[in-house]
Ligand binder design. Structure first.
Ligand code: CMC
Length: 429
């Protein structure tokens, strides 16, 4: 049996060190003993963009990027998308096990009993120009919630954490629906917690008034699937932000505002919006070869393609592509799907994309469905956030319960000037 250690010789000193390997990792702090002299700070790993650094241990989501595998708590994403509801999946992500009927009933009742969106938060959203980007409104609304619920600062109390996680689970879709309706100049619709999570969200978005509302079953199911597919994705940019901000013991509302801000960028959750804008810019299938040539020449990216972890097809993109046909049967076909399918075909046969292992990711097809469902392009990233809220919360909870975690604080390699004396302004030349 080979030993689970790593032997390193520091050629600066000729000293040899044996470091334990646990879970196929070495501890970065074990490198600190490697010094050239006692006053030396010790060796550090340099890993900009976290290309190869595990920042936590997690039991929530497993991804095998080479095989295109995604599992929440061990359950394959395709099984959850096909068989589970979003609230059931949210319970699984939070607690680690699928709920039995009684547990799901309690979880659903807790969600249904949450208070409405606070008036102050509504006023914050109403203060925005109707054309303001919905993500800017969402980030502000989440930050505003922090002032409404100051007791959320007691992050050391597990019951308090659950109560505010539940509040966010209910209020993120309600706030998102309010943001959409504000943009359309429409009044807010009350929730109906008797509906499913996706059905209630659909009602708050699209109902004409506060009367009874029955969402289209196919669209409700499709929205539920899309929320499940976005529910968690281990240590990506926004989730790591949630953990990092939360590690300072900021409350979950402030932490989630920061996570949402990270999601906003076009390389992360903003990519679904960028894909639609790209398809609009390409305009017609005839222009695809020319567009691909430009991408290969480094003039822009093929948005919705490529992933830091997946070097094989993103399993979420496969499920979304299937769901598109079901949605189009109700809404009519979004013509952009033909362009997207051809773009994918051309890219997947092209040496540039093959060599770099660039495949469609979750954002490549999701925007086309959202558009067919009637969402304006600017709302797409908000929809990503509605699904992802439970993942951010579960990762935040896991971080706070992990004895290994302290306030996040990276190191740097300082390459600036050495100490020098202040020069009076008249002597600076
Ligand atoms: N189109 C064209 N070339 C690309 C693309 C793309 N979409 N993505 C990566 N490349 C090239 C890149 O230019 C580089 O080429 P070279 O080796 O010649 O310099 C190589 O592939 C590696 O790219 P990278 O930027 O080093 O890879 P990364 O792991 O840092 O970036 C990524 C991952 C997702 C940011 C990137 O693939 C990208 O910008 N994709 C488009 C935006 C997108 O769809 N984002 C959504 C990601 S999935 C949803 C989510 O988790 O938010």
């Amino acid at each position: 049996m080979p030993s689970e250690t790593l032997t390193i010789t520091d050629n600066r000193t000729g000293k040899t060190y044996e470091l334990p390997i646990t879970h196929e990792t070495i501890k970065a702090t074990d490198l600190r003993q490697m010094k050239t002299d006692p006053s030396d700070f010790g060796l550090m790993p340099y890993d900009p963009s976290y290309m190869n650094t595990a920042a936590c241990k997690s039991r929530i989501t497993f991804i095998d990027g080479d095989k295109g595998i995604l599992e929440y708590r061990g359950y394959p994403i395709d099984q959850l998308a096909e068989k589970a509801s979003f609230l059931e999946t949210a319970y699984l992500i939070w607690y680690g096990e699928l709920p039995n009927a009684a547990q799901l009933a309690v979880w659903t009742a807790q969600y249904a009993a949450q208070p409405p969106v606070p008036e102050m938060v509504k006023r914050v959203i109403a203060a925005f120009d109707r054309k303001a980007h919905p993500m800017a409104m969402l980030i502000s609304a989440l930050g505003a919630l922090s002032s409404v619920y100051p007791d959320a600062k007691k992050v050391g109390d597990p019951a308090n954490r659950l109560s505010h996680a539940m509040r966010l689970l209910a209020q993120v879709p309600a706030i998102s629906a309010y943001i959409y309706r504000h943009g359309q100049g429409l009044p807010m619709i009350d929730p109906d917690p008797k509906l499913s999570y996706a059905g209630n969200f659909h009602r708050m978005l699209f109902a004409k008034d506060n009367g009874p509302y029955t969402p289209d079953l196919v669209l409700e199911e499709a929205l539920d699937i899309l929320l499940i597919l976005h529910a968690d994705h281990e240590q990506n940019c926004s989730t790591s932000t949630m953990r990092l901000v939360g590690s300072s013991q900021a409350d979950p509302y402030a932490s989630m505002a920061a996570a949402a801000a990270a999601l906003y960028g076009p390389l992360h959750g903003g990519a679904n919006e960028a894909v639609l804008r790209m398809l609009e810019e390409i305009g017609s299938v005839d222009n695809i070869p020319g567009f691909i040539t430009k991408v290969k020449a480094g003039e822009g990216r093929l948005m919705g393609f490529g992933h830091r972890v997946y070097k094989n097809y993103d399993p979420r993109a496969k499920i979304i592509k299937r769901t598109a046909d079901q949605v189009f049967a109700v809404t009519g076909k979004n013509q952009k799907i033909d362009m997207a399918v051809l773009l994918e075909k051309i890219a997947l046969e092209d040496e540039y994309f093959i060599k770099r292992k660039l495949y469609p990711n979750v954002d490549f097809y999701s925007g086309i469905i959202y558009q067919a469902m009637g969402f304006p392009t600017e709302m797409f990233t908000v929809l990503f956030a509605v699904g992802r809220a439970i993942g951010w919360l579960a990762q935040w909870e896991e971080m706070l319960c992990d004895g290994d975690q302290k306030i996040g604080r990276p190191r740097q390699i300082f390459l600036g000037p050495a100490k020098r004396d202040y020069v009076a302004i008249e002597q600076r030349g």
